[in-house]
Design a protein around this ligand. Sequence first.
Ligand code: SF4
Length: 62
Amino acid sequence: MPHGKPAGMRCIQLDDDERCMIFGQPERPEVCANLRPEPLMCGETRGQAMLWLQTLEQSTHP
Ligand code: SF4
């Protein structure tokens, strides 16, 4: 996504299994490569992880 991924939009690099199709490749955004997931942000389900992301987006929205 040349101009960045808007908040709330699914990344176009995700495949049908929710895996990054450019993982490990140089074109993967630096912010993605530098992210170090922690149990708190991932939770135990996809729903918990999405709730965490939504909370972050809302709390940092300008
Ligand atoms: S790691 Fe980054 S580029 Fe890959 S799917 Fe997730 S948001 Fe998209």
